[in-house]
Each structure stands twice: as C-alpha cells, then as structure tokens.
Design a protein around this ligand. Sequence first.
Ligand SMILES: Cc1c2[nH]c(c1CCC(=O)O)Cc1[nH]c(c(CCC(=O)O)c1C)Cc1[nH]c(c(CCC(=O)O)c1C)Cc1[nH]c(c(C)c1CCC(=O)O)C2
Length: 338
Amino acid sequence: MNDTTKLLLRAARGDAVPHAPVWFMRQAGRSLPEYRELRAAVGMLESCRRPDLVCEITLQPVRRHKVDAAILFSDIVVPLQAAGIDLDIVAGTGPVVAEPVRTMAGVEAIRPLEGESVGFVAEAIRLLLAELGDTALIGFAGAPFTLASYLVEGGPSKHHTKTKALMYGAPDVWHALCDRLAGITRTFLQVQVDAGVDAVQLFDSWAGALSEADYRRYVLPHSRAVLTGLRGPVPRIHFGVGTAELLPAMAEAGADVVGVDWRTPLDVAAARVPGKALQGNLDPCVLLAPWEVVEQEARRVLGEGAKAPGHIFNLGHGVLPETDPDALTRLVELIHTA
Ligand SMILES: Cc1c2[nH]c(c1CCC(=O)O)Cc1[nH]c(c(CCC(=O)O)c1C)Cc1[nH]c(c(CCC(=O)O)c1C)Cc1[nH]c(c(C)c1CCC(=O)O)C2
C-alpha cells in the first residue's frame, strides 16, 4: 500500500522513504529576486504581520525549487514584539531591542504572549494549508537562550558576553528571563500547531556558545519546557550552530529530529544521538562553488545521513543571500533522484 503521509514526516519518524526529503533554512529570503521585489516597499516585521505576504513569501521557494517542506515566513522576534517588547529588525544587522533586559525589573516587565496577538500567523497558516498539498509546512520559534541573547545584548552579538555575564552573575534573573521566554515561545508554537503546521523547528541558533555543562544547567530545562509542554503529535526539530558537543543534551530536551551544522559529519552525529532522525548539513558556502563540488558534497552528506534512522536533507545553517537560486533548484533535483 502506498504511504501518503508527507515525506518529511516519514523521515522524521524513521520510516522508509523513496528519497530524503529536502528543504533549506532561510529558503525564503534575499537569495530570491521575487522576494526582494515583494519586500522592497515593506519592512521585515510588517511583512511578517500580513497573512497575504506571509503566504506568498512562504510559497516562493516551494514553487521555484520544489522543496518537500515550506517554512512559515516569520522571525524569532515576532512573538516578542507581539508580547509588547519594543524592537525592530534592521536590514543587514538583525534584531535590535530598544531597552535591553538585564535586571529582574526588566524581566518582570515582559508580558506573556496572548495567542490572539499573533492571530495573523494562524491566518497565514490557514491560507498556506489550502495551497500546499503534499508539501509539509514547518512552523518555528526561537529557543529561550537565543531569544535571551538578543534581549540582553540589545542586538546581534559575536560572543554573547553580556548574556553570559547575566547567566553566571545573576542566575535568578537569568532563569526568570528564560522562564518567561519559554512561555512566550510555547504559546507561539502552540498557535502554529493548532492552526495545522505539520512539524515545528525550535531554533537555538546561538546555544553552541555554551559548554555542555552550562547548557544543561542554564538552558536545557527551559528548552525542555517548550518542547514537552507543546501539545500535538507534530515532530519537533531542534537546531543550533556549533552544537557538536551539545547534540545529546539537545536531543534530551525533547527533540524528535536533531538539526546538525556542517561541522559534524552526520554519521558522527548519528552515533551521538542514537535513535534520533537528523536534519542537515551541507555547508551553505559550498553552494558558492562550481556544481561538481556541490554534487560531491551533497552525495557525501546523503551517504553519512543514511547512517541515521531518518534523514532530512538541509544546509548546516541558512541560505546565504548571495546564493544563486538555480544552484538550490538543481540541488533539490539531485536529492530527489539520488
Ligand atoms: C537568529 C535568527 C533570527 N531569525 C531567525 C533565526 C534563527 C535561524 C538562524 O539561525 O538563522 C529565524 C528566521 N528568520 C526568518 C526565517 C524565515 C523562514 C526561512 O527560513 O525561510 C526564519 C526561520 C526570516 C528572516 N529574518 C531576517 C531576514 C532578512 C531580512 C530582510 O530580508 O531584509 C529574513 C528573510 C532578519 C533577521 N532575523 C534574525 C537575523 C540574524 C536576521 C538577519 C539580519 C540580516 O542579515 O539582515 C534573527
């Protein structure tokens, strides 16, 4: 009998698949001329609040590349803004927060997220489900550590020094902050699951800045509260950059699928998180090289990924804006016929 379950869900469960499902982190965005055109007159966060634009931008890479999953067009700071935090996304920089949070009073001023204040996300998901057919829809949110880093630093940061200073120096403030962020993140994901997304990805992009011991002490309980507090039978994908030493702990936080960056070969990752499906992990820079190199590296990733119970092909981090979109389309064809 033919299994009609979406390919991404079968791979996430470790079921047999005719080929690895493939999608790309940041597949919607500046690598696509049709995205740049749509966004020319609309601010980033404004575009995230308009269901018609969210739907169109989410579908652009599906139409162009024939990927097996769409990822909702949004940003990790969208639920923070909806909860009343004054912030913006500055082009070429990233999220910038008006008043950084570094004290207990600052933490206590962070309100919970009301589901209705992100109703535009539920509406966008309804529009998308009517269009997507067999293509899976992935919802997402930022994990407490990565969100905390933006709030404490006030913007993007290389070494997360103020964040770590707060974590080590005022652990009570730190845990109170992460507790509030976990609540916001869980509500944001629950809205997406209730609206019908097929899977969720929790991005802890910057958790790789921590040792395993500190991750377990200061971060894991909060990410676990998000992943295990979420209701619904959707697979939970958990991803961060530079997390080779954290993969087992990130799996323990409640991941069904562990996302891996390009630094750790997938067969090595598979041995670190036995029984878990993996997602990744072609170096995004490889796509800037001639096709022969892309093909060789993609085949290596597929071979290593075959050592895991399930493999979802992806990059090791987001698509770089300078990537030739045709290289991505060709890569999808390769994965589908390999
Ligand atoms: C850390 C993080 C952020 N946002 C996100 C993360 C976690 C993923 C990761 O590690 O990359 C998540 C995110 N942000 C965006 C998506 C869309 C879905 C997709 O992957 O296609 C997703 C999944 C849109 C976006 N989010 C942003 C853009 C670029 C804004 C633009 O097009 O002007 C997009 C398409 C802005 C943003 N927002 C953030 C950054 C660092 C930036 C880039 C700043 C820049 O280079 O201009 C915070």
